[in-house]
Design a protein around this ligand. Structure first.
Ligand SMILES: Cc1cc2nc3c(=O)[nH]c(=O)nc-3n(C[C@H](O)[C@H](O)[C@H](O)COP(=O)(O)OP(=O)(O)OC[C@H]3O[C@@H](n4cnc5c(N)ncnc54)[C@H](O)[C@@H]3O)c2cc1C
Length: 388
């Protein structure tokens, strides 16, 4: 394997790092405390071209690749995980599904505004009774003249509760002569019959707009069906794979923030007449954290690189998502431990990081689902190294 970061990758990473340090991180505590979404930060990110990093210039994108996009997501997550979630879902999932499967007209109508930051993207697969078993969804779509009529509910949808113009890519069942198929529909939040459910009371991620969506005789134009009507589920799974690289990058960014704070604290906090960093027990913790972060970073970059090469990357993507999301929970816990009692106090960022880490093992497929994917792949091979 021949891989190195290009000058462009470094430039994207350094720009995102500076933006995270100077613009996002100073606001992160307030955003989490108040739950107020920073619309101005989003506007600046769009201006910097972050929403269109992997898309061609003809649609307003930067013509970059997925390695650069994921490096950017990591850095933004280091500043604040909820801002990274917005970027990841809009760019990594919603925009990608339209880019990969949309008609030219759909790309002009829906992709360009996402890239320009005029709209936000959301992705609606999960329902109250279908999570890991996503194909058992119950939302239906029926063609009525020139309109699709959708009925059902979507659960835990990221980005949908914001004031911005937002589109939801929703999966729904359509009856055909040969049984039900799952298709994907582009639904603007302004569509008739589109309602938000009650707000959730969440453990963390307060500045990420997670909402229930109720579709009640929701009417959208016939042309808002996305891609092959028979392959809506497969389309969703394909883009979710990239979403998982994004979750791995977010996990690494959050873990890096934990590490940075823990290292600084260990160097500054004095006990027994010396910085606690001097104690080998603390140094070993930091060493283990650094190793785990580095391994997780290498794996998500590798998965993104394989995607950029057009090569199979399901194994690497799954390993990256599973490892990074479990890694960040342990790293956040160790960072808390190094802070002692102060780690429990809200004025120390590690308390926020600790509360933010766990859900990364749930979103875009739980750890158990990732292990099921790996188990299935390993069952048909004799050697896990076959993918290197
Ligand atoms: C903050 C947040 C944001 C989200 N954003 C979105 C979004 O934007 N769009 C969207 O569509 N969804 C979103 N989700 C939903 C998320 O993808 C689901 O929560 C996730 O897929 C798990 O589904 P579930 O919660 O219904 O859990 P369930 O599927 O009910 O699982 C419960 C438990 O059983 C385990 N389990 C289930 N099946 C198996 C099995 N076969 N073998 C072993 N264990 C199993 C699970 O791993 C889990 O531990 C979001 C969730 C959260 C919390």
């Amino acid at each position: 394997m021949n891989f190195d970061l290009s000058d462009e990758h470094r430039m994207i990473r350094d720009t995102a790092r500076k933006f995270a340090d100077e613009v996002i991180a100073p606001r992160a505590e307030e955003m989490e405390r108040t739950g107020e979404y920073p619309y101005d930060i989003f506007a600046q990110m769009a201006e910097l071209g972050m929403m269109g990093l992997p898309y061609p210039e003809e649609y307003g994108g930067s013509g970059g690749d997925w390695v650069g996009t994921m490096l950017c997501i990591e850095e933004i997550a280091r500043g604040d995980i909820t801002v990274a979630a917005l970027l990841e879902v809009t760019t990594g999932i919603a925009a990608q599904e339209i880019f990969a499967f949309g008609t030219e007209e759909q790309k002009r109508t829906w992709l360009v505004p996402l890239i320009e930051g005029k709209e936000i993207g959301a992705f609606g697969l999960t329902e109250p009774d279908s999570g890991s078993d996503a194909a058992s969804l119950k939302t239906t779509a029926v063609l009525d003249g020139d309109e699709w009529v959708l009925n059902g509910a979507k659960q835990f949808i990221t980005n949908i509760g914001l004031d911005n113009a937002t589109i939801l890519l929703a999966a729904a069942k359509v009856k055909t002569g040969r049984g039900d198929v799952i298709s994907t529909f582009i639904i603007p939040k302004t569509a008739k019959g589109f309602k938000l459910g009650r707000p959730y009371r969440k453990l963390s991620w307060h500045a990420s707009a997670t909402s229930e969506v109720i579709l009640e005789d929701c009417r959208i134009p016939r042309e808002n069906i996305l891609g092959d009507p028979n392959r809506g589920f497969a389309q969703h799974l394909a883009v979710l794979e990239t979403g998982r690289i994004g979750i791995a990058a977010m996990s690494v960014g959050l873990a890096q923030a934990c590490f940075d704070h823990a290292l600084r604290y260990a160097q500054e906090r004095t006990q027994f007449g010396q910085p606690v960093f001097n104690f080998q027990a603390v140094q070993f913790k930091l060493a283990d954290m650094a190793v785990a972060i580095e391994l997780a970073r290498n794996e998500y970059v590798k998965a993104a690189w394989l995607k950029d090469q057009g090569r199979p990357h399901t194994f690497e993507t799954t390993v990256a998502k599973l490892y990074a999301s479990e890694m960040v929970e342990k790293v956040a816990s160790d960072a808390f431990q190094i802070h002692g009692g102060y780690g429990f106090m809200e004025e120390y960022a590690v308390s926020r990081y600790y509360a933010s880490a766990k859900v990364l093992q749930i979103v875009d497929g739980t750890s158990e689902v990732q292990r099921m994917i790996l188990g299935r792949m390993l069952g048909s091979r004799s050697d896990s190294r076959a993918w290197v």
